[in-house]
Design a protein around this ligand. Structure first.
Ligand SMILES: NC(=O)c1ccc[n+]([C@@H]2O[C@H](COP(=O)([O-])OP(=O)(O)OC[C@H]3O[C@@H](n4cnc5c(N)ncnc54)[C@H](OP(=O)(O)O)[C@@H]3O)[C@@H](O)[C@H]2O)c1
Length: 278
């Protein structure tokens, strides 16, 4: 399987490069040649890869900054996502779009299902929702995978921040009023490969296409995650109060269930702490 994936140093991109089977070729696309802010660079770069499938894992992910850079966020997460999907459609291949719980307002008191009403409360959330809509409008041959609270051994994320702070501070304040589930990018990568195989194996199966929720099993508040880290950041910004995603549809239709969050967090920590001491 030849997979063109957008982004070069993102958590999900690096996880896909690490988790790819030997028979799979993952081709990361990044700046300057491939730039989501320059729409004209998108289709030619994707076509040159001759992919079997395209994964749009790049995004404008600076949630707080997006409030003052809403136009750039909308260009990268909205219009460019549509352009990536159009490029895939022109080549006759499926596209997997990575999206987020931020498309919801977070007010619901149970895990979100795919058909729950969207209503983003941030510029980032609005731009990611625009991306979902642009992808769906560009091609029916898509799977939109909404995830939440992504961490990994790479890049900037809550887990690495906590580990760093733990070295210099004896007390750390962490919010305990936002519910979700920390999701390891390495588990996301495994899920993407399975969904990609399913899409390629059954090109006419509409059930495999559409929107799916994809987070780890279980639920937590950020304080639980911080506690779990310290057993083995201050405010997390304006996130939705409820980021829990009901992932039953992905399990039923694609046969994909991500592991329970504590086990995946533990293996990420083991790796990061070994790297620190090694
Ligand atoms: N992080 C989370 O908690 C979270 C939660 C829910 C959903 N998601 C979604 O999951 C996906 C992956 O997130 P992540 O955590 O892997 O993101 P990340 O680590 O912040 O990486 C973002 C990637 O996007 C690329 N990118 C940004 N602007 C670009 C542009 N103009 N042109 C080309 N590439 C550009 C970056 O490129 P460079 O490699 O050049 O830096 C980087 O590879 C995104 O769609 C995000 O919205 C993330």
């Amino acid at each position: 399987m030849r997979i063109a994936v957008t982004g070069q140093s993102g958590q999900v991109v690096l996880a896909m490069l690490e988790r790819a089977a030997t028979a799979d070729v993952v081709i990361p696309l990044g700046r300057p040649g491939f730039d989501l802010e320059r729409l004209e660079t998108i289709a030619p770069t994707i076509a040159a890869c001759r992919p079997d499938i395209v994964v749009n894992a790049a995004a404008y992910t600076a949630v707080d900054l997006a409030e003052s850079e809403a136009e750039t966020a909308m260009l990268v997460n909205g219009q460019a996502a549509g352009e990536v999907a159009r490029a895939a459609a022109q080549l006759g291949v499926p596209v997997i779009q990575i999206s987020t719980d931020y498309v919801f307002d977070g007010a619901l008191d149970r895990p979100y299902r795919e058909d729950d009403t969207v209503g983003p409360i941030s510029a980032y959330g609005r731009s990611k929702l625009a991306g979902e809509e642009a992808v769906a409008a560009a091609t029916p041959d898509h799977a939109i995978l909404r995830t939440a609270w992504v961490y990994s051994p790479f890049g900037k994320n809550f887990v690495r921040t906590m580990l760093r702070l733990a070295e210099t501070r004896s007390e750390i304040g962490v919010v305990a009023d936002q519910w979700g589930c920390p999701t390891n990018a390495l588990d996301i990568a495994d899920a993407i490969f399975t969904v990609a195989r399913n899409l390629l194996a059954r090109p006419q199966d509409g059930r495999l296409r559409g929107v799916f929720h994809m987070s780890a099993q279980g639920e937590a508040v950020w304080a639980d995650v911080a506690e779990a880290i310290f057993a083995q950041r201050a405010a997390t910004g304006a996130g939705p109060a409820n980021s829990r995603l009901d992932c039953t549809k992905l399990a039923t239709i694609h046969g994909v269930t991500l592991p329970e969050w504590r086990g995946s967090l533990s293996s990420c920590l083991t790796r990061l702490m070994t790297e620190q001491t090694g």
